[in-house]
Structures are given as C-alpha cells and as structure tokens.
Design a protein around this ligand. Structure first.
Ligand SMILES: [Zn+2]
Length: 170
C-alpha cells in the first residue's frame, strides 16, 4: 500500500499513563479477530512523557476506517477527546508525526482527515480534537521547511529513529 491519506482517531479510552498500545493491540487481535492492531501509529502518555508507538507497517493496509483502509494511514491519539482537550505535548508530537508522514509519502495537506469525515455517525477523533489547529500547524511547518531548504529525508530518518517506539510482542 502507498498511503495517500492520513486519518485521525482517538481511542475513546482514558489514557491510563501506562502503555495502552499493547492493550489496544490485544483487543484488536483477540476480540476483533484482526491480524494486527488496526492503526499504523499511536500516541500516548507513558509515565510523564508522550510517546509514539508503531502499529502496522505503513505499507500494510490498516483496519481503522471503513472504505479507506486501502490507501490511508490510521493514527490514534489515546484518550477521549469528546470529554477533554488535548495536552500541548501530545499536540506537538502529533503535529511532528503528521508532518513527517506528509513529507515521507508526499501526502497533501487536504488529505489529512478525521475518522468522522467517513463515518458521520461517529464523533471520532472527538469533538474537542484540535483539527483546525493541527492543519494550521502542519501548513506552517511546510512553509517553514521550504524556507529553510531542509534536507527532508534526513530529517524524517532522524525523527523516526528518535521518537517512534515499538509495541512489544506479547
Ligand atoms: Zn476512529
């Protein structure tokens, strides 16, 4: 799969401040009967720090948005954003991740979408999810990167190797 869209989700669950990514993975495999966790990336608070966890490989279709799994990356922000606002630290990490994925796969900013753009009966990624702010931030990053003539690939490789964690195998 070559990703052409990025689709944003929340987990609905409360972020327990411990690793939820593994529990979500178990739920998707054992309860839902899927072959792997449905998302490609998850962001959550572990101890006092927000971290990115890798789910499915980016070139493998996910299981997160009906009708869009064949050409999109699913990103899950752990927490319930129908009930609370997103912390600044999570927002910053999410913006970095989405920006990198846009550059890596040449995904246009218009193709950053919310789950409920495809499933209007759902509120996912939550009514308080800072979508407009995210789009504005990504736009500013793209403008800034152009001005700085950044070596895009090195930037992505560095970002990926520093910030993305693996979900451990059970
Ligand atoms: Zn969703």
């Amino acid at each position: 799969m070559i990703p052409k869209y990025i689709i944003l989700h929340h987990s609905l669950t409360v972020d327990s401040k411990t690793k939820s990514a593994e529990a979500i993975k178990r739920y998707h495999i054992e309860t839902m009967g899927w072959k792997d966790i449905g998302y490609h990336h998850l962001i959550e608070l572990v101890d006092k720090e927000y971290k990115i966890f890798k789910g499915r490989e980016d070139n493998v279709a996910g299981a997160h948005t009906r009708g869009m799994n064949i050409n999109s990356l699913g990103i899950c922000c752990v927490g319930n954003y129908d009930k609370r606002f997103m912390d600044e630290d999570m927002f910053d990490l999410l913006a970095d991740l989405v920006f990198c994925l846009c550059l890596k796969y040449m995904i246009p900013i218009d193709n950053i979408r919310r789950h409920n753009d495809y499933a209007p009966y759902k509120t996912c990624p939550g009514k308080y999810f800072p979508f407009d702010k995210l789009i504005k931030t990504i736009y500013n990053k793209i403008v800034k990167a152009d001005l700085l003539d950044l070596d895009t690939n090195e930037f992505i490789i560095d970002f990926m190797s520093r910030k993305i964690n693996k979900i451990s195998q059970e």
